[in-house]
Design a protein around this ligand. Structure first.
Ligand SMILES: [Zn+2]
Length: 388
């Protein structure tokens, strides 16, 4: 065991996981499913000591969100379309072959929405941190599915916080730009949206340019940090430390909604960034520190991630860190029962230890590129981000 992940007073911590979240399943061969997130929850749970178990609350039963909740972000016509497709016995493809509508997709998607919405309402009522790894479906737009996302649970969670008169900091570290959330609140002055992602010129969905800064009341509150393929911790961590503190100190959020996609992890098959578990841990430490100063209320959703051996282990570590639990050393051996279940679920050899040595190729990132990107951000946002 190493030093504790965070040094502050322990905040109440709850995990939201209903086994029926697994119903959100596009079928064999599709890259997205909830299996690796479930594997992460199992690993998180099996890593808890008896003393730690007493500090973790669980919400294990979530009913699908009703239509009025879905309508806080989505359009009525789109709900009707998804409902009809959900009741069909066949897979329906409209304009988004990445995101087919499958039998039962309406309740499956609405249950994930309800998990994230429950998490947001819980932290507003009781403070603390909720880990909701099934959520993070940040691409869905009001009137259409996109990028494996049918309903946008994070946007609906943010809408619930706004209805409760909260100011929301949305931080998205998924490798893909969170377009559904950003455009959904583009003119909104009570949503600060900070999105680190692989440059849209090289990756779906193509959006998230530095110059997209919001409009109207939202002007200056939408912050996009695009990174070139090959960039990793050496880009993410210093930029997060440079940009997040002054933005959040000025904005003073009441609630934090984090989209903690793990598809920026090195080796992910759908993208080309090279974050490591240590880079994620540094950013998470920063988010914990900042959220303790501003608001104290945090919801951490899962998001993307397409390499089960990375997602399961890193997301379990993310849960431990946000739960204020000790960091398990990299070379600690994973529980045997969990490894057997992993091999059953994924049909591939399970990892042996918590963190593998990273296999990285040369990064194109440099201090000069950081300064260049910061200048672009400063020009677009009309503010300064001095080097710490
Ligand atoms: Zn993603």
């Amino acid at each position: 065991m190493q030093s504790p992940g965070i040094s502050m007073t322990l905040r109440p911590f709850t995990v939201v996981w209903d086994p029926r979240f697994r119903d959100y399943d596009f079928g064999p061969g599709h890259p997205f499913d909830e299996a690796s997130r479930e594997s992460a929850v199992r690993l998180f749970e099996s890593s808890l000591t008896p003393e730690e178990q007493a500090t973790v609350g669980w919400q294990r039963s979530i009913e699908p969100a009703p239509a009025p909740t879905l309508l806080t972000f989505h359009e009525e016509g789109y709900l009707s379309f998804v409902r009809a497709a959900s009741g069909s016995s066949r897979v329906t493809i409209l304009d988004s072959p990445d995101t087919p509508l499958f039998p039962g997709c309406f309740p499956a998607s609405a249950r994930i929405v309800a998990g994230t919405e429950w998490a947001v309402r819980h932290v507003i009522d009781r403070a603390g941190v909720v880990f909701a790894p099934a959520g993070g479906l940040h691409h869905a737009a009001p009137g259409r599915a996109s990028g494996f996302c049918i309903f946008n649970d994070v946007a609906i969670g943010i809408a619930a916080a706004l209805e409760a008169r909260q100011r929301v900091a949305y931080v998205d570290i998924d490798v893909h730009h969170g377009d559904g959330v950003m455009y959904g609140f583009y003119r909104h002055g009570r949503v600060l949206d900070v999105d680190f992602h692989q440059d849209g010129r090289t990756l779906f969905p193509g959006t998230g340019r530095v110059t997209e800064v919001g409009e109207g009341d939202g002007a200056g509150l939408k912050v996009n940090i695009p990174l070139p393929p090959g960039a990793g911790d050496e880009a993410l961590v210093p930029l997060a430390r440079r940009i997040l503190p002054s933005l959040t100190e000025e904005f003073r959020p009441d609630v934090w909604v984090i989209q903690h996609g793990l598809d920026g992890h090195w080796g992910d098959p759908l993208a080309q960034l090279q974050y490591t578990p240590h880079g994620y841990a540094e950013v998470d430490r920063l988010l914990l520190d900042l959220s303790a100063r501003w608001g104290g209320r945090v919801v951490v959703t899962g998001g993307g991630g397409y390499l089960a051996r990375s997602v399961s282990r890193v997301l379990a570590r993310v849960g431990r860190q946000f739960g204020g639990l000790e960091t398990i050393s990299d070379d600690a051996v994973l529980p045997e029962a969990w490894r057997v279940a992993f091999e059953d679920a994924f049909g591939s050899p399970a990892p042996v230890q918590w963190v593998d040595p990273p296999e990285l190729y040369e990064s194109p990132w440099s201090r000069a590129r950081e300064e260049h990107l910061v200048r672009e951000l400063e020009n677009a946002l009309g503010r300064r981000f001095p080097a710490p």
